[in-house]
Design a protein around this ligand. Structure first.
Ligand code: SN0
Length: 315
């Protein structure tokens, strides 16, 4: 694998999930693969799980790992082609990424959307420039429209914890105070549509995701109806796709409580984290028996390790 930016870069999704679960049992079995290989992890936005789990995955494979918080510690990056750089930006993304390609064998990059210009965000402008100019394999650590390492870890978690062959999985919108990207729900939907699950998306009117990511999903505005008989409930806030990046008030009732779980099939509650307690998810859910959010975050290591292993094998 030379590029991991979406589920479409994976030839066999089920095999990748199996690989992750196998690595969970044998974390250090492939240390020879990463010997004298360098992984550079570049963050243009904050991170806890993605940074630590991908770093750990690289170390488990015997790699050297370097992390750069480019937004805080690097030069101010110019992203526009043809810009006259007589303002605040110091270094163009063309040089910055090409230089990284000289130091590393694999590079991971995180770049959130601006949520202002939909065409720029959905063309994956920044991520694609990294791919174009660095000249080495690239793994997405969450781009403007997708978070594939998260979605792979989510599918691994579902595979591990399911109690029937084809579980019912519900992605539900949750309230928030900020406008958040659509990357996590887009990506989760895209992966679920390729997995052997019964998949439903529930959100208030106005929060329709881009239909490119939801082909094959059932979509409803009725959360309670969607939750009936659910095995897994994936909770996430996102801002509107149309009008782009907007948020509409009045949907505080969409926060899950124990009461919301009554008609489910003993559902397990998932969230990519970070989570705003008592806004997106109640304390009673997060501290109760149904939450699997910590287990899910733990699986981030095995998802990243499975992807890095396949990349190392194709170097
Ligand atoms: C990010 C998102 O894409 O929704 C990262 C999730 C892995 N989440 C946030 O930016 C949360 C910010 C906040 O203020 O709660």
């Amino acid at each position: 694998m030379k590029l991991f930016s979406s589920v479409n870069d994976v030839t066999d999704v089920q095999a990748l999930v199996k690989e992750a679960l196998h690595l969970k049992q044998n974390p250090y079995a492939h240390q020879h693969l990463g010997k004298n290989k360098t992984l550079a992890l570049i963050f243009l936005n904050p991170s806890l799980r993605t940074r630590m789990s991908t770093q750990k995955a690289g170390l488990n494979l015997g790699m050297n790992v370097m992390v750069l918080n480019m937004d805080k510690e690097g030069w101010a990056l110019e992203l526009r082609d043809g810009a006259v750089m007589n303002g605040g930006t110091v270094e163009h993304i063309r040089e910055a990424t090409a230089v990284l390609g000289q130091y590393a064998d694999i590079v991971g990059v995180r770049s959130f959307p601006g949520l202002k210009d939909r065409d720029a965000d959905y063309s994956e402008d920044i991520f694609n420039k990294f791919v174009k100019y660095c000249g080495i394999p690239v793994v997405s650590l969450e781009s403007a429209t997708r978070h594939p390492l998260q979605s792979l870890a989510d599918l691994v978690t579902i595979e591990e914890l399911k109690t029937r062959p084809r579980p019912k999985v519900v992605l539900t919108w949750a309230p928030h105070v900020k406008a958040l990207p659509q990357a996590v729900p887009n990506s989760f939907a895209e992966w679920m549509c390729k997995a052997d699950v019964d998949f439903t998306i529930a959100h208030p009117q106005g929060y329709e995701l881009c239909s490119d990511f939801t082909q094959g999903a059932k979509i409803t505005h009725n959360q309670q109806e969607a939750l009936a008989d659910a095995d897994f409930i994936y909770v996430k806030n996102w801002s509107a796709y149309e009008p782009y990046g907007k948020v509409f008030g009045g949907y505080d009732g969409w926060m899950l409580t124990n009461d919301s779980l009554k008609n489910t099939n003993n559902a397990k509650v998932m969230h990519c984290l970070p989570v705003r307690r008592n806004l997106e998810l109640s304390d009673e859910i997060l501290d109760g028996q149904s939450s699997v959010v910590i287990h899910e975050a733990g699986n981030r290591v095995w998802a990243a390790q499975a992807v890095l292993k396949q990349m190392l094998e194709s170097l």
